[in-house]
Design a protein around this ligand. Structure first.
Ligand code: PLP
Length: 414
């Protein structure tokens, strides 16, 4: 049976968060096996517990559960067995002591901030962050007295220079979207720790199948499970992974503020994790071959993909990552009209801002995901009018190429 104390899991024999699932199995095995403790029904596949609350044998047991004296489920805003299975499996894969699941990637970031920061604290963050993350920091957290300073992702000196005595958290996505810039996670962790700050890495683009920030020294890993963890575009969810102490704070914020993950979505993500390694390898293969093909196309000016030898941080990416991911950017001739022409000539690729799906997607960052930026900000961030972003899915590579070649060949001829 599950033993999930809402307060402290450390005392249990087979505690879900004590790393017991780590040894002696390898990551591929953990993705398939970790986190499921069979119920008395002896089910083979992971069950779903769609229940909002849990019952007790007696008034005394209820009192012990509520006081935290005895571990166990109380209410699904606090803990739910299906959600716990997902949390334990993802924690094992990331190599973290504990994971807390959330209703979305954004609420994972929000609850991390609620748990760790107070008015007057500062964040140093990479300039190339997911758009809603920037809005959360600048439009909301700023109103509560938490200021964020932005720096160039790969410029370690700039990170160090932006830190003040009030800095509590360093926050980055690597590789970045859509230009695939790479941050040196171990170096950032070192900078953070020298200044008594925490380092959080949004590991959305590579997943634990390709990058494990905690092993490189990061304190927290943040996920939008909506992307590759599901991998088939079915559900919105998120997670935070890290050590017991920090995660106890995040757990408190989630159970109090309420952006908990639904059991049904947790089940989808749990089953998604089972094929994550396979899918990521296939995504990377398709993306690498597409990047090479694009680089050789006469209508393409530049390809941004850390797997290409031409990428300025290819050596760092090769060292830090077990793969290069499947989101790539490229600029085409003819600025925005050229880019839009390539998008509008597609018949297979989905025109959408989402990513991390078996279905390939294409988007024009300057007018969609990065549309809120001023033209100077876009220029500084490299979001030029001719830039396109493709999240490379698992369709046959030849079909993805054919679909892009229609517009690109026309551009090359014009
Ligand atoms: C999508 C995304 C998020 C936000 O996740 P949601 O599940 O949409 O809330 C955060 N970070 C990155 C890098 C993302 O791509």
């Amino acid at each position: 049976m599950h033993d999930h104390s809402s307060h402290d899991d450390s005392s249990h024999d087979h505690s879900p968060h004590d790393g017991a699932y780590e040894a002696p199995w390898s990551r591929e095995t953990l993705a398939i096996r970790a986190g499921h403790e069979r119920s008395f029904e002896q089910e083979h596949a992971e069950p779903i517990f769609p229940t909002s609350s849990f019952v007790y044998q007696s008034a005394a047991e209820a009192a012990r559960k509520f006081s935290g004296e005895e571990p166990g489920n109380i209410y699904s805003r606090f803990t739910n067995p299906t959600v716990n299975t997902f949390e334990r499996r993802l924690a094992a894969m990331e190599g973290g002591e504990r994971c807390v699941a959330t209703s979305s990637g954004m609420s994972a970031i929000l609850c991390t901030a609620l748990a760790l920061l107070s008015a007057g604290d500062e964040i140093v963050a990479s300039r190339s962050l997911f758009g809603s993350t920037v809005s959360l920091l600048d439009k909301y957290l700023a109103r509560f007295g938490i200021v964020t300073r932005y720096v160039e992702l790969s410029d370690l000196d700039a990170w160090e220079a932006a830190i003040t005595p009030a800095t509590k958290l360093l926050f980055a996505e690597t590789p970045s979207n859509p230009l695939s810039e790479v941050a040196d996670i171990a170096a950032l962790a070192d900078i953070a720790h020298r200044h008594r700050a925490w380092l959080a890495i949004d590991n959305c683009f590579l997943t634990p199948a390709l990058q494990r920030p905690l092993a490189l020294g990061a304190d927290l890993v943040i996920h939008s499970a909506t992307k590759y963890l599901d991998g088939q575009g079915r559900a919105v969810g998120g997670a935070v992974v890290g050590g017991h102490d920090l995660l106890e704070g995040v757990f408190g914020a989630v159970r109090t503020a309420g952006p908990c993950l639904s059991p049904f979505n947790a089940w989808i993500f749990t089953k998604g994790l089972e094929t994550l390694g396979l899918r990521m390898r296939a995504h990377c293969d398709n993306a690498a071959r597409l990047a090479e093909w694009l680089e050789a196309h006469p209508a393409v000016e530049r390809v941004y993909y850390s797997g290409l030898a031409s990428h300025p941080q290819h050596a760092l990416a090769s060292r830090q990552q077990a793969g290069f991911g499947a989101v790539l950017g490229f600029t085409v001739k003819g600025g925005q009209p050229g880019a839009w022409q390539v998008i509008d000539a597609t018949r297979l690729l989905s025109i959408t801002g989402n990513l991390g799906d078996v279905k390939s997607t294409i988007t024009h960052p300057a007018s969609t995901t990065h549309g809120r930026l001023s033209s100077e900000q876009k220029q500084a961030a490299g979001i030029v009018p001719g830039l396109l972003r493709v999240s490379v899915g698992l369709e046959a590579l030849t079909d993805i190429r054919t679909d892009l070649a229609r517009g690109l060949d026309a551009l090359a001829r014009s």
